[in-house]
Write a protein that binds this ligand. Sequence first.
Ligand code: 3BY
Ligand code: FES
Ligand code: FE
Length: 412
Amino acid sequence: MKQDVLNRAHQLLTARKPDWSLEQPFYVDPDFFDMEMELFFTRQWLFAAMTCEIPAAGDWIKVDIGRESVIVLRKADGQIAAYHNTCRHRGSRICLGEKGRARRLVCPYHQWSYELTGQLARTRLMGDDFSTEGFGLAPVAVGVVGGYIFLNLSDDPPAFEPFRAATEPYLLPHDLDNAKVVHTQSLVEQANWKLVIENNRECYHCAGSHPELMHIITEFDDPNDPNVSPAYKALLLKKGADWDALCLPHAHTETSPQYRAVRLPFTGGMVSMTMDGRPGCSRLLGNLTSPDLGSVRLLHLPNTWNHILADHAVTFRVFPVSAEETLVTTKWLVHKDAVEGVDYDVARLTEVWAETNNQDRQLAENNHLGIRGRAYRSGPYSDLIEGGTRDFVRWYAENLLGALDPLVDTAH
Ligand code: 3BY
Ligand code: FES
Ligand code: FE
């Protein structure tokens, strides 16, 4: 990392107007991006994949995070493990496809093969005194909660446990371990990753941009938001009582600025995130019997938000590609035994969020283009309706500043 970049980023964050958007280089400068990846992004727990995508021993899925590539797999004992996708011989990528099933991982270059535990199993023609000891694949830290697999690329990850413990009760009733992904939408957006998250964390833009979504949710739907309408407050009370009776947790977790789970009702009698508000899948998740459970909103900064409903779940994953490109991957899941054409129709199931994602993509890309111009200046977030965005940027700025503190020249 370049020292002048560290100094400049530190200076801008120190001088930052509290609760205003970030200065231009944080969104567009490739040197800032490299610095941010190293000091911030790759030290975070990142949502990578779902456990149901690798249901059997030997199932693997490749997860590319910037220039890093990770193999996430299920070991023979059923546990999930992850390894850097870099061979210990001369460093080739090992898994080249997107996913597969294998008894051993075989490097395509010179066929060194690895056990599912990461240990080097066999090599050809390395000589009698070569020992496979010490040539295991480099592990990547894994955290699993309610069917979600998170990875951490740092050698010294922060604890995953508080997030797991706080959110697991919300997820377990939906049994996403026993779901299946029925559709994936991958968008490479021409926007900095923070603009994707900033956009997601507010609904200031919703009335102007999301006609489909606004039949289902309201601009103000956080139970703690003082601007929640009386009608929505009444709905929260009514649905809260129903969910208490079903022993389904719904209160906002409120333990961390980085993550939360909360179950919120939909509006207008809608029970699902479909165009007509009726269930997108008639076979409900887990052993659920009521189709009207609103959605569990699972947030974990910096790279995922989720809607987990009675009938289906929608997961959103954000990976930075470069300062000006971001991969947004959306997956729709239903019960693993649901039958296409009988229980669900993919087009109907995916319509609302596929549209909404395209609208959000346009918003983030326009935002990015405007920020690239000479006239861009940091601007204020509304306390009334952009609290989520304000809190994300605040959290990001504090974390990055903390990482920069020990690295800057005191002279700058
Ligand atoms: O529903 C969501 O996932 C978020 C929250 C606010 C706006 N946005 C559509
Ligand atoms: Fe993998 Fe040679 S680089 S076997
Ligand atoms: Fe949006």
